[in-house]
Design a protein around this ligand. Structure first.
Ligand code: PMP
Length: 471
């Protein structure tokens, strides 16, 4: 959620920011109002007053199939008519079984089991607990309780996920975070992190050494897992690691026997051009989280995948993961996700992500690279971030009080642009920095991409021109 120091103003006719509405507590960060959406189709959301908004961010990298897909809708209704709920500790459904089998198939057998939950935060919480239980079953549970994670990362809202996350703005109010021990290393970010004259190989070597030094500092025998997003999403805005980084990190984890948890809640399920982002890194995680695009937003659904090493450890105990939730493996959520995954394959949408991603990259760079307040445009597949700077030469970010990314988001919402761009801050030091994310649904055509980029460029140009005029 974008931070903003702007105070909310009048309620719009199509808005819901009346302080007496039950959800108003969630919306006070907005300059004006959250628009009330009454219908959605394809790439578009329509408000109660008829404003048609181009959803260029798929919500938050969620609606990979776009809105109103009749196949997913029918699959969900059929499931509802068949079995709407049963408790996953005692029962199973074909929807849940088929989805888990499909997910394991999608890893080419690299992962061995899947567990379906309702949100990315729950998936991360589950992944962290699974890593802890791995060591319990191996007889090292008492000492291997800590995690090492990265700065500028986001792993969810729950206290454990917040603790491993490095998104300062989202966690600072809630410290101390229930005593989860977390060592911290820097992020891998070519634009912000690479030194003058440093090659990619040297940078990777430096970051791998940093991880090793941090492990030695906290005591590697106290660490159960290292946690990272393959392509960082909400915290810093679609930042891929430099080539070779994850191989080097995997080697360090292996050297100390530490599990590798990859959080693919945002960057996974096809978003970066392969079903899983790690499939481009030449490594396999021990535990992986998925969410968002898994069910394309038709149902709240997320999951965790684990490899055979983790399953073998569980088998040393009862074979069961001590983690039963009421809505785990929910039949309707599983039906939505299964149909989404079938469509992804049948319509070769991940191939489209790769192809359209190249078009998006080219057009974004052509349209925006020379802009004096754009420092960096980066991403993978249909997952692109645009980072704003005050000064292109020094890369100095804007002051948080200017709320640049929130302002750009709000400008996009104006009637004449009507585009949703996902804003974020925290680029430079965890407090400062601004970016927006452009991550359209996988069904986009070249004409859709042209439209998205044309409006995005206009929003950014007009925003900064007006800002200069107001100074
Ligand atoms: N991990 C990552 C990488 C995410 O981007 C998010 C959500 N933005 C989460 C975890 C948490 O997911 P959810 O909001 O579904 O709880």
């Amino acid at each position: 959620m974008p931070p903003s120091n702007r105070s909310p103003t009048a309620t719009a006719a199509n808005g819901t920011d009346d302080p007496s509405t039950p959800s108003a507590v969630l919306h006070r960060h907005l300059h004006h109002r959250p628009l009330r959406i009454t219908s959605s189709h394809g790439l578009y959301l329509t408000t109660s007053t008829g404003q048609r908004i181009l959803d260029a961010t798929s919500g938050a990298a969620v609606t990979s199939l776009g809105h109103g897909n009749p196949r997913v809708q029918s699959a969900m209704v059929a499931q509802m008519n068949q079995v709407s709920y049963c408790h996953s500790l005692f029962f199973s459904t074909t929807a849940a079984e088929d989805l888990c089998a499909e997910l394991i198939r999608g890893t080419d057998g690299a992962m061995a089991r899947a567990l379906i939950v309702s949100s990315g935060s729950e998936a991360m919480e589950g992944a962290m607990k699974l890593a802890r239980q791995y060591w319990v079953e191996r007889g090292e549970g008492a000492r291997r309780t800590g995690f090492v994670a990265r700065e500028g990362s986001y792993h969810g809202v729950t206290l454990g996920a917040l603790a491993v996350g490095g998104h300062v703005l989202r966690k600072e109010k809630f410290a101390p975070l229930l005593g989860v021990e977390v060592g911290r290393v820097g992020r891998c970010d070519a634009y912000r992190g690479m030194r003058e004259g440093e090659g990619e190989g040297e940078y990777v070597g430096r970051l791998a050494r940093e991880l090793e030094e941090e492990l030695r500092r906290v005591g590697p025998e106290t660490v159960c897992a290292f946690v990272a997003e393959p392509v960082v999403g909400a915290a810093t805005g679609c930042v891929p690691a430099v080539p070779g980084y994850f191989k080097a990190i995997r080697e360090v984890c292996d050297k100390y026997g530490i599990l590798l948890i990859l959080d693919e809640v945002m960057c996974g399920m096809g978003r970066c051009g392969t079903l899983h982002a790690w499939q481009q890194e030449g490594i396999v995680p021990d535990i992986q989280t998925i969410g968002k695009g898994l069910g394309s937003g038709y149902s709240p659904v997320a999951g965790l995948l684990m490899n055979q090493r983790v399953v073998d450890a569980l088998d040393r105990g009862t074979g069961a993961f001590t983690h039963g939730q009421t809505y785990q493996g929910h039949p309707i959520a599983c039906a939505a996700a299964l149909e989404t995954q079938k469509i992804l394959q049948e319509e070769k949408l991940v191939d489209n992500v790769r192809e359209m991603g190249l078009v998006l990259e080219k057009l974004l760079k052509e349209g925006l690279e020379d802009h004096p307040h754009i420092g960096n445009i980066r991403g993978k597949g249909l997952f692109w971030g645009i980072e704003f700077v005050q000064d292109k030469a020094t890369k100095a970010p804007f002051e948080p009080s200017e709320a640049i990314s929130a302002g750009i988001h709000e400008k996009g919402m104006e009637e004449k642009y009507s585009i949703s761009l996902y804003p974020g801050s925290g680029t430079a030091d965890g407090r400062k920095g601004d970016h927006i994310m452009v991550c359209p649904p996988f069904i986009v055509t070249p004409a859709d991409i042209e439209e998205i980029v044309r409006i995005t460029v206009k929003v950014i140009e007009d925003f900064f021109q007006e800002r200069a005029g107001n100074k």
